[in-house]
Ligand binder design. Structure first.
Ligand code: KIV
Ligand code: ZN
Length: 515
């Protein structure tokens, strides 16, 4: 009998980080992992250890800091992948290897160029090897929703026999619909003789906008783990959004009587953090965590809300951690009040990070009359994003205005060495970016430059996003400052730092022979 608990498997750090432009530094990944752990996520997929030294290190370091959740590393079906994943997971209190291979006709023929029987042999060999290295093994038939049912049943049965404890059924290309996906899970439960020895998991992509609906249909049919990401980030159109899955289960417990271990009051904070470290904005009308998710504009709705908030709200903003952005402090606020405010906003910073954040808060309060919660969040996230960056903006002076040419004098520190240049450009932003290029030459192309104000008012902090593309790899940097040009320079430099991290990541091939 299925029990009434649904495990939440978060893959923000793996599938989420595969979103074009969404790379995270090690420090950022650790911050996200700690938050997910504190929020009550059951499994954190921390990366794909064979993909690069950076990914290996991330999985290893996440394994060290996570206290409660199972930490998971992804591996293709080859021995090298699986052994590398096991090595990265060694420090974890509870580690899981997630190994996968494609099972659909189109993938087996064109991507793997393998016959089905060879794929089945690879399933048995890979799961057996993984199970020799760790107790907790998840197996996924990639492109399961386009796989022949008889073959899928044979593979799932073989994987469980070889030691898989979780069977994940990915809708890799976001092709299925809820009734079909639910029927697929039900079919596996009915036809695979040893299915009760494994937890069935969903992993739905959002190409048709159905990822959450499909995942919930999977749960209704007996799946007891859902793979999802914060803000729904992930390959192409993304994955099922964690906050939507969790709140749907909570709000409609009458129809879906399943619990998750998630502290839902941390959802808004997690959304902001992931948006900040990936520099992916959250759409205004995004369910649960969008800026408008609890906003009532029309007179009729406002009137109803004043009479009783249940007229137009099916959950309270507080239940997902959204509180009104309040006026917090000014330049006379002390360290103690600042620390309390950080705690209230969900930050638990170490001594040095706290001191840095406090110094920046004091600078901001000197420039800006009113400091709001959103200002503090932007400021701390911005500080965290700097982490161990190789390139840093030391100072910037810009001449702007209607009389060209506009000019930027920039002092940049690269690997500890400071260099200063003055460059002109077609406007102050162009001049600033030309100065960065003069000190740190690179071929990356600017794909996006976007500015938005963190709060209202002409003294608001500007939050700038910059997306760069180099040889098919995209990265996004973000920074906030009361000076739009300083924020622009720092956002560009942040994207460059991410590019340096991403350069070492090789494109993985489809299949690694068991060498
Ligand atoms: O979408 C997918 O098929 C995946 C697998 C690696 C599980 O991400
Ligand atoms: Zn996926």
């Amino acid at each position: 009998m299925p029990h009434d608990n649904v495990l939440i498997f978060d893959t923000t750090l793996r599938d989420g980080e595969q979103s074009p432009g969404a790379s995270m530094t090690l420090d950022e990944k650790l911050l996200v992992a700690e938050l997910l752990d504190a929020m009550g996520v059951d499994v954190i997929e921390a990366g794909f250890p064979i993909a690069s030294n950076g990914d290996f290190e991330s999985v290893r370091e996440v394994s060290k800091v996570v206290k409660n959740a199972v930490v998971c590393g992804l591996a293709r079906a080859g021995a090298k992948d699986i052994e590398r994943a096991a090595e990265a997971l060694q420090p974890a209190q509870r580690g899981r290897i997630h190994t996968f291979i494609s099972t659909s006709p189109v993938h087996m023929k064109h991507k793997l160029q393998m016959e089905p029987e060879a794929v089945l042999d690879a399933v048995i060999a890979s799961v057996s090897l993984a199970r020799n290295l760790v107790d907790n093994v998840e197996w996924s038939p990639e492109d399961a929703t386009r796989t022949d049912h008889d073959f899928l049943c044979r593979c799932v049965e073989a994987a469980i026999k070889a030691g898989a404890t979780t069977i994940n059924i990915p809708d890799t290309v976001g092709y299925t619909i809820p009734s079909e996906y639910g029927a697929l899970i039900a079919m596996l439960r009915e036809r695979v003789p040893n299915i009760d020895r494994a937890v069935i998991s969903t992993h739905c992509h959002n190409d048709l906008g159905l990822a959450v609906a499909n995942s919930l249909a999977g749960v209704a049919a007996g799946a007891r783990q859902v793979e999802c990401t914060i803000n729904g980030i992930g390959e192409r159109a993304g994955n099922a959004a964690l906050e939507e899955i969790v709140m749907a289960l909570k709000v409609r417990r009458d129809l879906m009587p399943y619990d998750t271990g998630i502290d839902t009051t941390m959802l808004a904070r997690a959304s902001k953090l992931v948006s900040s470290v990936t520099a992916f904005p959250v759409q205004y009308n995004k369910a649960i965590v969008g800026q408008n998710a609890f906003a009532h504009e029309s007179g009729i709705h406002q009137d109803g809300m004043l009479k009783n908030n249940q007229t137009y709200e099916i959950m309270t903003p507080e239940s997902v951690g959204i509180t009104k952005s309040s006026l917090v402090m000014g330049k006379h606020s002390g360290r103690h009040a600042f620390r309390e405010k950080l705690r209230e906003l969900g930050y638990d910073l170490g001594q040095n990070a706290m001191q840095d954040a406090f110094n920046r808060f004091k600078d901001l309060a000197d420039k800006k009359k009113h400091v709001f919660d959103d200002d503090i969040v932007a400021l701390v996230d911005d500080e965290v994003a700097r982490g161990n960056d190789r390139i840093r903006v030391a100072s910037l002076r810009v001449i702007a205005g209607s009389e060209g040419p506009q000019e930027a004098t920039l002092d940049l520190v690269v690997d500890g060495v400071s260099e200063k240049v003055t460059c002109t450009g077609d406007g102050p932003v162009d001049a600033t970016f030309n100065a960065i290029k003069a000190i740190f030459p690179h071929d990356a192309r600017l794909q996006l430059y976007q500015v938005h104000a963190v709060t209202a008012g002409t003294d608001a902090q500007a939050e700038v996003s910059v997306r760069l593309e180099e040889a098919g790899k995209t990265v996004t940097g973000r920074a906030a400052d009361t000076d739009t040009l300083v924020a622009s320079a720092r956002a560009y430099v942040s994207a460059l730092n991410k590019l340096l991290v991403k350069r070492e990541k090789a494109a993985p091939s489809a299949w690694v022979a068991s060498s």
